[in-house]
Write a protein that binds this ligand. Structure first.
Ligand code: SAH
Length: 274
């Protein structure tokens, strides 16, 4: 980003902070995210998210909107920054993962932002797949894919194609936005697709509200996953062919046991080609 050496204009230049505040609990908010929220004069976010950071934002201008008003929220944040304010646009988890960061840049592009008019900083957070993996054990220890089942912005055919590709390639898969009161069929179809490539006993972790009030953690499998409650606040982790359950935890081995004796730590002799 080009330097701005004029103290006068630096002072008046607005700042847009795109902040991911993690899964919800304050303990999992990064230092930079907390500082950014403190620095901001104005906080903009989806109502439920504002409630999650409420204790940190007393005395600030707060603009909360409903879920479908994302474009309005992003435009407003950009406008206020252009007026010289320090604005935090907040998203849960990571702001750049199914969050508001991309939309903010689209609005900036629409306004003709050259990189100089306002300062823009993207501040990462603990995303749902990471929070959910932690409470389940270590299911993402090998290659994984993340797929959102929401077809509000992505055509369902594209999502289906990605589900097939990830399932076939034996990726561990994190499913964001698995189901809402209006969207119930997608998770059923996703299950059917996985069952074409993976055994019924493949471990599936179902986590609701990880690291925030109302947390629920369920260990299930591909055939029974839909017998458990799934909703808007749930992320589902589908294991790969190596994933197993150990002491009530979901574990995907990295492959050490193929190369080392886990008991002694010694490297196993190289297998010779047949
Ligand atoms: N930017 C967010 C994702 C927003 S999309 C992030 O990086 O986590 C909304 C979806 O995220 C929800 O439908 C759910 O699948 C998931 N999600 C967000 N917070 C969650 C939490 N605390 N526990 C479980 N899933 C969560």
């Amino acid at each position: 980003m080009p330097e701005n050496n004029n103290p006068q204009s630096q002072h008046s230049r607005g700042t847009l902070l795109l902040v991911g505040f993690g899964p919800g609990s304050e303990e999992h908010l990064t230092f930079r995210a907390r500082k950014a929220i403190e620095e901001a004069e104005c906080i903009i976010g989806y109502r439920t998210y504002i409630d999650l950071v409420r204790p940190l934002i007393t005395g600030k201008e707060i603009i909360q909107t409903g879920m479908t008003e994302e474009i309005e929220r992003a435009s407003l944040a950009v406008d206020l920054a252009y007026q010289g304010k320090t604005v935090a646009l907040v998203s849960s988890g990571d702001v750049g993962i199914y969050g508001m960061a991309g939309l903010a840049f689209e609005v900036l592009s629409d306004r003709g932002w050259t990189g100089n008019e306002i300062t823009v900083e993207v501040i990462p957070g603990v995303t749902a797949l990471s929070a959910c993996a932690s409470v389940l054990g270590a299911p993402l220890m090998h290659d994984f894919a993340s797929i959102s089942l929401s077809d509000l912005l992505t055509p369902w055919e594209v999502i289906v194609k990605r589900l097939h590709a990830a399932a076939q390639a034996d990726f561990v898969v994190a499913l964001y936005n698995p189901k809402s009161s209006k969207r119930v069929r997608q998770i059923e179809e996703a299950q059917e697709i996985f069952l074409q490539y993976r055994p019924v006993e493949t471990p599936v972790g179902i986590v609701k509200s990880a690291m925030r009030e109302g947390e629920s953690i369920v260990l299930s499998n591909l055939s029974e996953m839909l017998t458990h409650p799934i909703g808007m606040l749930t992320t589902i982790l589908v294991g790969n062919s190596q994933t197993r359950i150990f002491q009530n935890r979901m574990i995907t081995p990295r492959g050490y046991q193929r190369k080392y004796d886990i008991h002694t730590g010694e490297r196993l002799a190289k297998r010779t080609a047949p």
